[in-house]
Design a protein around this ligand. Structure first.
Ligand SMILES: CC(C)(COP(=O)(O)OP(=O)(O)OC[C@H]1O[C@@H](n2cnc3c(N)ncnc32)[C@H](O)[C@@H]1OP(=O)(O)O)[C@@H](O)C(=O)NCCC(=O)NCCS
Length: 131
């Protein structure tokens, strides 16, 4: 399916606005900022699922499809993919509502797969329920 025909997949976990402080030297939004918002989106979904603290252990298959611009509203969606003994993997999609184009559809800007490990109070990996 063409990217433009897709709809966001998963639960909306983060909705925020891209600010001038988040730009790279070219004036577009820094990819690391987008990645951090996606990490927060996956981390909050995983923490709820794990009923406790989690840490990001792996990020795979990151694709930056389109730039994010100052003033865009960035929406990060998390969809559960799999559970292991201590880990949870989510597909995260970042979509942008372009500044001043609130009547138009969101645009897929970035996607990737994020894996989180459940931790105990001492920062050691913890077995998940039902694993
Ligand atoms: C999370 C941490 C405690 C795991 O400890 P560990 O002894 O290395 O754990 P393991 O190698 O057994 O891996 C634990 C789980 O993560 C999975 N995993 C490890 N590396 C992975 C990777 N790169 N991608 C996907 N999954 C990964 C393993 O398959 C395992 O899953 P399972 O238990 O569901 O089968 C440790 O790696 C750590 O503290 N990492 C730093 C986390 C952090 O600071 N994150 C923020 C970065 S800014």
């Amino acid at each position: 399916m063409a990217q433009d025909e897709r709809q966001p997949r998963g639960t909306l976990q983060v909705r925020t606005i891209a600010m001038p402080a988040d730009t790279n030297p070219s004036g577009d939004i820094f990819g690391g900022w987008v990645l951090s918002q996606m990490d927060i989106a996956g981390g909050t979904a995983a923490a709820q699922h794990a009923k406790g603290r989690v840490a990001t252990v792996g990020v795979e298959a990151m694709t930056f499809h389109k730039p994010v611009k100052v003033g865009d509203i960035l929406c990060c969606y998390a969809s559960f993919e799999k559970q292991g003994t201590t880990s949870l993997t989510y597909k995260i999609e970042a979509w942008a509502i372009r500044s001043g184009e609130y009547h138009l559809d969101e645009v897929l800007v970035t996607e990737g797969q994020f894996t989180f490990v459940a931790l105990d109070g001492n920062g050691r990996k913890r077995k998940l329920e039902n694993s």
